[in-house]
Design a protein around this ligand. Structure first.
Ligand code: IMP
Length: 208
């Protein structure tokens, strides 16, 4: 596991087309790629000789999952769920919504759930409970980023890319109001920036 601190990272590259509201780089693209290879090796070793159903939690897991599965050497079946405990902005509502279910049967299968970030843990708790009823052979969670300081429920996360402090991040699948998912690094949006964006958004007049 890699621990990341929000103190020694480079300032935003000012000419990046998406950089205007991103305050700092927290995890560089190179760090992400190296860590994904390590995770893929670990997963390939743990599941050697077994098939896995790899389930990505949309939308955030998509970039992480795309790179991860390319380096997993055991046979996989890919599937996706869409579920969210967020209504937008930067804070969890605690409301879990199931928008898209998997297409595969999970009975007697090894299930590996892929998430971008584990925050309160509410989303994954709901998924684990739901999938358990389908009698998989095993279930494990793999996330790119873990933010343990904000956990509300205990969940077992077997494969963690990076453990970070309590800050709001975006990029590599993670969003602010659906934007920034296509940044190729993980950046920080400071609370002051979030506040400014929220104030700007509230000033937009809707003319009937
Ligand atoms: P949880 O149910 O609170 O663990 O929330 C998990 C989901 O919240 C993730 O899949 C993300 O979509 C979102 N999320 C949590 N923290 C952040 C963040 O710092 N940036 C962007 N999205 C986040």
């Amino acid at each position: 596991m890699s621990m990341i601190k929000d103190d020694n990272h480079s300032p935003m590259i000012s000419n990046h087309p998406l950089s205007s509201n991103v305050d700092r780089v927290l995890i560089s693209n190179r760090e992400i790629m190296v860590r994904i290879s390590e995770l893929a090796q670990e997963i390939s070793k743990d599941y050697a000789g077994e098939d896995i159903v790899v389930i990505g939690v949309l939308k955030g897991a998509m970039p992480f999952m795309a790179y991860l599965i390319k380096e997993i050497t055991t046979p996989i079946i890919m599937d996706f769920v869409a579920i969210s405990s967020y209504s937008g902005g930067t804070s969890s509502t605690g409301i879990v919504r199931f928008q898209k279910d998997v297409e595969e049967s999970l009975k007697d299968k090894h299930v590996l759930i892929i998430e971008d970030i584990v925050d309160t843990g509410l989303t994954l708790k709901y998924l684990l409970e739901t999938f358990k009823l389908r009698q998989p052979k095993s279930m494990a969670i793999c996330c790119l980023v873990d933010k343990p300081a904000r956990r509300k429920v205990e969940i077992p996360v077997k494969y963690v890319g990076f453990t970070i402090p309590n800050c709001f991040i975006l990029g590599f699948g993670m969003d602010y109001e659906e934007s920034y998912r296509n940044l190729d690094f993980v950046g920080i949006m400071d609370p002051q920036t979030v506040q400014r964006l929220q104030e700007e958004a509230s000033k937009v007049l809707i003319v009937p």
